[in-house]
Ligand binder design. Structure first.
Ligand SMILES: Cc1cc2nc3c(=O)[nH]c(=O)nc-3n(C[C@H](O)[C@H](O)[C@H](O)COP(=O)(O)OP(=O)(O)OC[C@H]3O[C@@H](n4cnc5c(N)ncnc54)[C@H](O)[C@@H]3O)c2cc1C
Length: 409
């Protein structure tokens, strides 16, 4: 039972008994729809999160430090680009359900950690694999897969977030190199990144992807401080002042906004699973607490209002699990549309944020402390509901799909 005794405060008791005992709900027996390989991958990543992330993450978030050593460890467990073929990633060749389950488990630990993994896999490795030359694939993908390199993805600019088509970052053809100028904002991983996939306009105003390396002269990536959200993830700018980018660093097989948007489809798919993980963690924590915590002479789990919260959480988690599983199978068949991915990202992140808020209330005053993960998840999800297309932008994508009329402008 969670209560203070004469010799020990409630906080000290919780600290002394703290362990990550997470178990995921599976009310509709969705595990029956997974392969043995999926379940093994999920169990491996869950163990990894319990051993490597849960013990340190609260401290990292409180101190706003990125646990840099985790990059190599993610590489070791195959969390970077698991759907990239094995020729470029020894841990690759997995399907999209496996990738989704990995993101679920990592974000169950922390959304910032999942951000690091999904940026590397979906926004850096995917475009190099899909739009790059064979030489670019060979040069970058194995190092990104192993965690030797950390990558970042530069699309958003100070003046252009929801409308990336307006981007100002541009490059000029100087004969034997490109000259890149401009700035990107809100870039996950950027201060520590070895390589950046940067989207910029050529002299005709056409968007292209360029691989920029950290040593290139005129390139810097200052950190953005004072975040109340994703505090264990590092975020920064990308500044390009007359950066000479070798011509072989242009991604040749794509041009236009569809390049970055195709990458975002992959990453948003991962987010829809990741948010589910954060929601599961909040639900599991609140359920355990409610069964232990006594008020008015009985566990608070015995009160109808608490049961209502828990029952609604389980309902929403179950619906989100089914969305993820089905979307994963559509991804495997290359049939998932941008609008279907928008629905999943939008629904699941909003669902996770609502569950975090309700779960926080179940923990009463304890819910605001760092002794439990809920408040951290809640603050993290405020970024997740904004990045990779805001909640409202995904609604407009769906509205466009339904009506055939764009309401962006
Ligand atoms: C922690 C963090 C990490 C990030 N990581 C990356 C990264 O790695 N790479 C990257 O490129 N970007 C990244 N981003 C940027 C993120 O994708 C943008 O913040 C997001 O796309 C929104 O852009 P904005 O912040 O400029 O908001 P704005 O576009 O200015 O939007 C502000 C508000 O206006 C609304 N709005 C805008 N247009 C419309 C419209 N037509 N109709 C109705 N409402 C509208 C939006 O929904 C929002 O509510 C990150 C952001 C954060 C916070």
């Amino acid at each position: 039972m969670i209560h203070a005794t004469q010799n020990i405060t409630q906080l000290e008791f919780i600290k002394s008994s703290k362990a990550d005992n997470f178990e995921s709900p599976d009310f509709y027996e969705i595990d029956d729809l997974l392969t043995e390989e999926h379940k093994l991958i999920r169990a491996t990543v869950r163990d990894f999160v319990k051993k490597e992330i849960s013990p340190i993450i609260e401290d990292c978030a409180q101190k706003a430090t990125f646990p840099r050593h985790i990059v190599q460890k993610f590489g070791e467990i195959g969390a970077f680009g698991p759907t990239i073929p094995e020729a470029y990633n020894p841990n690759g060749g997995l399907d999209y359900v496996a990738y989704g389950l990995m993101m679920q488990e990592i974000e169950r630990g922390d959304s910032g950690m999942r951000s690091t993994a999904s940026v590397q896999g979906s926004l850096v490795m995917y475009p190099i694999y899909e739009f790059g030359t064979e030489a670019q694939r060979q040069k970058y993908l194995p190092k990104l897969a192993s965690g030797e390199y950390l990558g970042c993805f530069g699309l958003t600019e100070p003046n252009h977030g929801s409308n990336p088509a307006g981007m100002e970052t541009h490059f000029k053809d100087m004969g034997d190199y490109y000259l890149l100028n401009g700035a990107k904002m809100w870039i996950s991983n950027s201060p520590y990144a070895d390589v950046a996939v940067v989207w910029a306009k050529n002299e005709e105003g056409r968007i292209h992807g360029l691989i920029v390396e950290k040593e290139m002269e005129g390139f810097s990536a200052p950190e953005i401080h004072n975040k109340w959200s994703l505090r264990a993830s590092i975020t920064g700018e990308l500044v390009f002042q007359d950066v000479r980018v070798p011509k072989e660093n242009l991604l040749p097989n794509i041009s236009g906004l569809k390049g970055p948007l195709k990458c975002l489809d992959k990453a948003r798919y991962g987010i829809s699973w990741g948010a589910l993980g954060a929601a599961m963690d909040c639900y599991d924590t609140a359920k355990r607490y409610a069964l232990e915590r006594e008020q008015f002479g009985k566990p608070i789990a015995g009160f109808q209002l608490i049961q209502k919260k828990l029952a609604e959480m389980l309902t929403e988690i179950t619906k989100a699990q089914l969305i993820c599983w089905r979307l994963g199978n559509l991804m495997n068949q290359d049939r998932a549309s941008t609008a279907q991915i928008s629905l999943a990202k939008r629904n699941n992140v909003d669902m996770a944020l609502s569950i975090a808020r309700e779960a926080r209330q179940i923990l009463g005053g304890m819910g605001i402390t760092g002794e439990y993960s809920i408040m951290r998840h809640m603050m993290n999800l405020e970024s997740v509901i904004t990045y990779e297309g805001t909640h409202d932008i995904h609604l407009l994508i769906l509205g466009n799909h339904i009506t055939g009329i764009q309401a962006f402008k």
